[in-house]
Design a protein around this ligand. Structure first.
Ligand code: NCD
Length: 301
């Protein structure tokens, strides 16, 4: 598969070699050449976003392109216009559409009706492929490789699309063992567990971080996804179930990498930020580089 014109819907749609090509492209600094001169990229975020929205916007502008933003609250969606009509309009105004939606499958549906490529910037609790690309790239940059590491994942594995996409991405890279630290009610959904098992991944569960932290080279942490809970009391019960603080880190390997897609709530205490373990702000900063490379490949520029 070439990259030009592809829709980016799930990290599982890509092969390891294609992702490696993306990472190599991200290593090249392409800001000088302005390959997107004259191109327009539409962003449509039906859910809140800081990093994904702004790093895509920054990436397009650094490449010399321009962006138009569908602000759902200020658009005809507020008058009742439906999703497909809205997507058709964006398709006629832009060369590329970047979409975030609360509905699983929305990006795939948009890709079916749009002639221009669609990049999924998060759909419900399922896919967030560009976050996975950034996370895998960060792992490679900071640890030198994606394989051969003891990787733990902690937090909301049921609803966290970033966590699930990271796991799918690790599966693409042939990672076979994952240690998952989660409350029993926030474990990976069966449908995703099956997909991961089919990729050859075995997941061991732990209820307490201290059972496993000292073995880990990497811990990927996510917030409990408040917006996906139908019962607010259930969220309140689980929201502070896991926390990484200095006390817990005392047991960690010196090289332990603490990753998080952000936003962070209370699951990593602020005091961790100044330790050598904190990788999350660097990870977020890589977002611009990786998204620049992705846009260049998809637009064939
Ligand atoms: C994540 C998301 O929106 O899924 N954020 C992001 O894009 N970096 C994670 C989250 O909201 O918890």
């Amino acid at each position: 598969m070439g990259w030009k014109g592809v829709d980016v819907i799930s990290i599982m749609d890509f092969k390891k070699e294609e992702l490696e090509l993306l990472f190599n492209a991200a290593d090249l600094d392409a800001e000088d050449s302005k390959p997107l001169d004259g191109k327009v990229v539409a962003t449509a975020f039906y859910e809140p976003s800081t990093r994904t929205r702004l790093s895509f916007d920054s990436a397009v502008k650094r490449l010399g392109g321009s962006t138009i933003d569908l602000n759902p609250g200020a658009s005809s969606i507020a008058k009742g216009e439906d999703f497909l009509d809205t997507m058709k309009m964006l398709d006629s105004y832009a060369d590329l559409i970047i979409l975030r939606s609360p509905s699983e499958g929305a990006a795939r549906l948009a890709a079916e009706i749009c002639e221009h490529p669609v990049i999924n910037a998060g759909d419900g609790s399922q896919h967030h492929p560009t976050q996975a690309m950034i996370d895998l790239y960060s792992l490679k940059k900071m640890k030198g490789s994606i394989g051969g590491l003891s990787i733990g994942i902690m937090g909301d594995l049921k609803y966290g699309r970033a966590a699930n996409s990271f796991l799918f991405g690790l599966g693409v890279f042939g990672v076979k063992e994952i240690k998952a630290i989660a409350h029993p009610s926030l474990r990976i959904k069966d449908v995703n567990s099956l997909l991961l098992n089919e990729m050859g991944m075995h997941i061991s569960y732990y209820e307490e971080l201290e059972e496993v932290l000292e073995e880990l080279d990497v811990i990927y942490i996510t917030r409990v996804q408040k917006e996906r809970f139908s019962d607010p009391a259930e969220y309140e019960k689980l929201k502070d179930a896991y926390k990484l603080d200095l006390k817990a880190l005392a047991k960690a390997k010196p090289g332990l990498l603490v990753m998080h897609p952000l936003p962070r709530l209370n699951e990593i205490s602020r005091e961790v930020d100044s330790t050598q373990h904190a990788a999350y702000f660097k990870q977020a900063a890589y977002g611009v580089k990786v998204r620049m490379a992705l846009i260049r490949l998809v637009l064939g520029e």
